[in-house]
Design a protein around this ligand. Structure first.
Ligand SMILES: [Zn+2]
Length: 379
């Protein structure tokens, strides 16, 4: 069963697993991997109430050890999915083939890719080297107890891979046209300026916080963080909210709030940007509260990206572009273990109604993953 990527994908999609995922979808994956000789380690993290950020999350680490001295190659991904939303032509958790496409929530992001990883390893001999799966149920949610907890678990076990491939859907127009060798970091910063509320006709009795907030935002908006690097586009800072909730024309508001969001390359860290913004806010009498959601990562082009490019070229004839665009992914955590690159299906329908994967792409991606793993294990 596990050598057939399409069958694997149907089984995984049929297990409803809106983030955070627990239970049946992991049972299914465990059955597939155990059948291929993997030792499966499942564990939960988080002890809060349902619907909170501390809600329990399930994770799975599976390993099949090869001979000592051979490399350890890891596949990483997530089995949780975003909620399906309304208006599907078929059941979001009832996988269905129409035409050349397999429909279902998670078909491309990213149960389809996990189905291909399993099918790929089904035909790799056990003596080729050590293979592992790093699979979380919390990538689409707060990601507090997902891949970070898996990394702790792997460190405790002493199972650190030499290379890791994340199967996020990175292809854009055709399977194979793009891999991600890095991602930008992300920080959101809440800004606040306190004043004194009062009557517009008696400004000497009030203190309007808005001119100070405008000055802060103007200074932030004028910042040029950098001009980009060889592999990254320039970092950008966007003002995402400015609000005084003032319904009256004759009132000077007592408080002004705003928020900015910065996507940044590897010339910065979340902490260095936070310090910069806090200093600007304080200079104008305001305050800034940053929340860093991810640091950037970069695996510079080299042996690993070449393995992926060679595998893609052999199966599709395409030379994949090495990109660092897009949002954050769990590679932001995995980079702490070993070199990590992301490569997977065409992302056109991810998170959308009627998410679908081309059936042919599942077979092609399986062949690509098998080539990458074999190249990594013999490196
Ligand atoms: Zn994903």
């Amino acid at each position: 069963m596990s050598a057939d990527a399409l069958a694997n994908a149907r089984h995984l999609i049929a297990c409803e697993s809106v983030t955070p995922a627990r239970g049946p979808v992991f049972d299914m994956l465990e059955e597939m991997l155990a059948g291929l000789g993997f030792e499966v380690d499942r564990f939960s993290r988080g002890e809060g109430a349902e619907g909170t950020e501390e809600e329990p999350v399930e994770n799975l680490f599976a390993i099949r050890r090869g001979p000592a001295g051979k490399p350890h190659f890891a596949f990483a991904g997530h089995v949780d999915v975003v909620p399906p939303g309304e208006g599907w032509a078929s059941e979001p958790f009832g996988p269905e083939i129409r035409g050349d496409l397999l429909y279902g929530r998670g078909a491309v992001d990213m149960k389809g890719a996990i189905a291909c990883m399993v099918a790929a390893v089904a035909e790799i001999p056990a003596d080729a080297g050590t293979l592992s799966f790093i699979i979380t149920g919390d990538e689409e949610g707060p990601a507090l107890h997902g891949t970070r907890a898996l990394i702790d678990r792997m460190r405790e076990r002493g199972d650190i891979p030499d290379m890791c491939l994340v199967g996020e859907p990175t292809s854009v127009n055709r399977l194979g046209d793009m891999m991600k060798i890095g991602r930008r970091g992300s920080v959101n910063i809440w800004l606040e300026v306190e004043g004194t509320q009062g009557h517009v006709a008696y400004p000497h009795l009030a203190d309007n916080p808005m001119p100070r907030m405008v000055a802060i935002l103007a200074e932030l908006d004028a910042l040029e963080l950098d001009e980009g690097t060889e592999w990254f586009q320039p970092s950008n800072l966007e003002i995402t909210e400015f609000d005084v909730r003032n319904r009256a024309h004759n009132v000077i508001p007592g408080k002004a709030k705003a928020r900015i969001s910065i996507r940044f390359n590897d010339l910065h860290s979340g902490a260095s940007l936070s310090e910069k913004v806090i200093a600007i806010a304080e200079r104008h009498g305001g305050k800034a509260s940053p929340v860093i959601s991810g640091e950037p990562f970069l695996t510079p082009p080299g042996a690993f990206s070449e393995m992926i490019a060679n595998a893609v070229k052999a199966e599709t004839g395409i030379d994949p572009e090495c990109s660092t665009t897009g949002g954050t992914s769990d590679a932001r955590f995995l980079k702490d273990l070993c070199p990590v690159i992301e490569f997977g299906l065409v992302n056109a329908t991810m998170h959308k109604t009627d998410e679908a994967v081309a059936v042919d792409d599942l077979a092609t991606l399986t062949a690509i993953y098998r080539r990458i793993a074999m190249a990594a294990l013999s490196s």
